[in-house]
Design a protein around this ligand. Sequence first.
Ligand SMILES: Nc1ncnc2c1ncn2[C@@H]1O[C@H](COP(=O)(O)OP(=O)(O)O)[C@@H](O)[C@H]1O
Ligand SMILES: [Mg+2]
Length: 285
Amino acid sequence: MKAVSCRDLAWKYSGRKRFAIENINLDIEENTFVSIVGPNEHGKTTLVSCIKGLIPASYHGVWHGQVDIFGQDNRHMSGQRLASEVGFVFADPESQFTSMTVEEELVFGLENIGLSFQEVTDRLAWVSEITNIRNLWDKSPYEISGGQKQRVAIASVLAMKPRIIILDEPTSMLDPIGKDSIFDIMTNIKRETNMTIIVVEHNIEQVAPLSDMMILMYEGQVARISPPEEFFANSDFLIDHGILPPQATAFIDRVKQDGLYDGPLPVDYEGGVKVTRAILQQHAA
Ligand SMILES: Nc1ncnc2c1ncn2[C@@H]1O[C@H](COP(=O)(O)OP(=O)(O)O)[C@@H](O)[C@H]1O
Ligand SMILES: [Mg+2]
């Protein structure tokens, strides 16, 4: 079953002339990692807000089409059900906080859904491990570093065990070390859970190797959707659409255009080294 399925989806914010997104048809498989990329103001947040059901529930505007979450129209799901299926992490982690300590922040949502003490304890330990925040439980969520704040925000969403977790530019407000820690956590979530992960991200180099599928949003439409190995083919098209392929990918793509290589494109440094070795060996033989 598809985790998310958008059919002829379009949305226009009231007061706007143009649709923010339109003609959106896409399927997201269960237990996959999907990245959404594209320049600013091209509809990424609008798209994930429709998947989460924030649009149309909390906005005025014009809606077309349908979003199904595990086969069910999300506009017909109760708020509680939708909240339990789809978690959402914002770029600004503080916007999510309500408690005075990290531990309370994590426990708050769990107690609200009526979990037993044992289950709360287990989940607390589990998310703290995945997001590496065990040493922060006693701290105020407002007085830790940006990267730590974002890890706590992710932990509190993860603790609810949604089947789908959406992260909208989770690293955009962080310094390089903070960014790296979030990519480590996304790697952990991918490895250790069956959650479907949808992340809006500008760091192509880091997000491409994690992705099973990449979606390019441009002028409110899906300009390209494919696995990373195919996504970066024809890099001129991507550059015209505001996307810089990973350096290893761009490098091998050039070699490919020169006719020296005919296989799939690598999406990270290690992959680039592997392909380069194979090319050199083939030409030495
Ligand atoms: N709350 C809103 N009200 C009116 N227009 C909006 C609102 N949010 C976004 N838009 C417009 O919708 C378009 C897509 O924006 P958005 O989905 O936020 O893009 P992205 O996340 O790719 O930066 C832009 O033209 C933006 O100005
Ligand atoms: Mg956005």
